[in-house]
Design a protein around this ligand. Structure first.
Ligand SMILES: [Zn+2]
Length: 180
């Protein structure tokens, strides 16, 4: 399965290929400041015990102003990455980040789950993919039509890298619904 640096994960399919909107990205729920060579996250804002984490784009190396605080924080909680489109609600999230604090690095990141969502007229197309189980679920419905007519299918994983444009996504969804 495809593996990413933190930066590559957060910029993967961002802006949203379905609607063109720039996604909101988060690390453990915190919005990072993304600078040319690194990103900066305030994991804990507290006068006595602030924890800032810096992640370098090319190497996935980390640096913190408070390594003891970071070590303690990582013992008590996990951090993952997420990317959310506020316009169409498409989104993806990563597996929990794995930190190697001896080498000051974050190990390569994998996608855990992804939802693609689009519409055409009254038709709504949703593709929910679970990368852990290698499964995708298609849900197609029509606004104003009884939900008994919805199409629901479970298929093997369909990664979003299969789709280039919104039009192609919708065409493929129609084909999957018909022929699988
Ligand atoms: Zn979107």
């Amino acid at each position: 399965m495809e593996q990413f640096t933190v930066k590559d994960f957060l910029t993967y399919r961002n802006p949203c290929f379905l609607c063109g909107t720039v996604n909101t990205v988060r690390i453990g729920g915190h919005i990072p400041s993304i600078l040319p060579n690194y990103m900066e996250i305030d994991l804990k804002i507290n006068y006595s015990n602030a924890i800032k984490l810096f992640i370098f784009h090319k190497t996935n190396k980390i640096l913190s102003n408070n390594k003891d605080g970071l070590t303690q924080l990582l013992e008590s909680r996990t951090l993952n990455l997420s990317s959310f489109c506020f316009n169409c609600s498409s989104n993806r999230s990563s597996e929990d980040l794995v930190f190697d604090l001896n080498k000051d690095i974050i190990l390569p990141v994998k996608i855990a789950a992804e939802t693609l969502y689009s519409s055409e007229g009254y038709k709504r197309y949703e593709l929910i993919s679970n990368y852990r189980d290698n499964r995708s679920f298609i849900h197609i419905w029509e606004a104003k039509t009884p939900s008994s007519k919805d199409i629901n299918k479970e298929l093997s994983l369909i990664p979003s890298s299969k789709f280039k444009t919104k039009e192609q996504f919708i065409e493929k969804m129609k084909l999957y619904a018909l022929f699988s």
